[in-house]
Design a protein. Structure first.
Length: 304
């Protein structure tokens, strides 16, 4: 695909979408050999599809959020069934226009859009209300993501900006780990309690990606393999086996203190340890003797 922009996987097949505007939304279904086996055609005219996500039931979400010229008053999310039935939801930003190439769907079905910011941090938005097909729903900014410049090669700009621009996102099917990608690197985040906004407050695991000309697609296989791909006909899909496990929080460890060794018993009553151990007994006997003496003394005084 000359303009591959979004990728997802069910473990047996790849699903890919292009950002070219040809009047119809087409999602290519490929075998593991990358040969196209069928095309899901949805009767909708997208503007600039930049990412693709899949929910556990096989529903595909196409993120029609590209806006290089900052000219769109609304952006769209297309919910596509495996048969091609489609629902289009329009959303609006609360603070002006943004170009966005990354989409995540959380465990409850709420979409998160991550912007592509040449200056400053990437911004993360989600709808303020359930999506509707008849009216636009406002978005709200829930957090931001700051990525540092890296020296990983790749990208079309041939500069440090390539390593900071967010060009795609992916989620494990169980929602436990999410990933953001730039042109050069992937960043893996564990998701506590399914809260994507909270996940971005943690420290990610960075995975340098191959030197691709324009890497915009990223996905997870169900087994945690990380997949990445670039625009350009003939470019391969790359994989990093077991990548999701790198972002799993470590299991809590409980340290049991070692048992206290028994004090050595000495047969000699004069030994220090023996004398120390007999102190409580001696104090107790001494106290009893003192109390008895006081009682006897008081009796003698009363008689006198």
């Amino acid at each position: 695909m000359q303009e591959l922009s979004g990728l997802t996987s069910d473990g047996k097949q790849f699903f890919a979408v292009s950002d070219s505007d040809n009047g119809t939304l087409r999602i290519q279904v490929m075998g593991r050999d990358c040969v196209v086996t069928r095309t899901i055609t949805a009767p909708v005219d997208p503007y600039d599809v930049e990412d693709l996500a899949m929910t556990p039931d096989g529903t595909l979400w196409a993120s029609d959020t590209g806006d290089n010229n900052k000219s769109r008053t609304t952006v769209a999310l297309h919910k596509v069934s495996p048969t091609g039935a489609v629902e289009r939801y329009r959303v609006t930003y609360p603070d002006g226009k943004h170009d966005a190439e990354a989409l995540l769907i959380d465990k409850t079905g709420i979409p998160y859009i991550i912007t592509k910011e040449p200056l400053g941090s990437a911004l993360v938005y989600r709808p303020t209300a359930p999506l509707r097909t008849d009216v636009s729903v406002p978005l709200e900014q829930v957090t931001r993501v700051s990525l540092s410049t890296t020296d990983t090669p790749g990208g079309p700009l041939e500069g440090t900006l390539d390593s900071r621009l967010v060009t795609g996102a992916a989620s494990m099917s169980d929602g436990s780990v999410i990933a953001l990608r730039t042109y050069t690197d992937a960043y893996l985040y564990p998701v506590p309690d399914g809260d994507i906004a909270k996940a971005f407050s943690g420290d990610p695991v960075r995975v340098p990606l191959p030197n691709d000309p324009q890497g915009e697609a990223i996905a997870f296989d169900p087994d945690g393999t990380l997949l990445s791909a670039s625009e350009g006909a003939g470019t391969p899909i790359r994989s990093v086996a077991g990548a999701a496990a790198l972002a799993q929080p470590p299991a809590p460890t409980t340290t049991t203190p070692p048992p206290v060794a028994d004090q050595p018993q000495s047969s000699s009553p004069d030994s220090p340890s023996s004398s120390w151990q007999n102190w409580p007994l001696a104090l107790t006997l001494g106290g009893l003797v003192l109390i008895a003496a006081l009682v006897i003394g008081l009796r003698f005084r009363r008689r006198a």
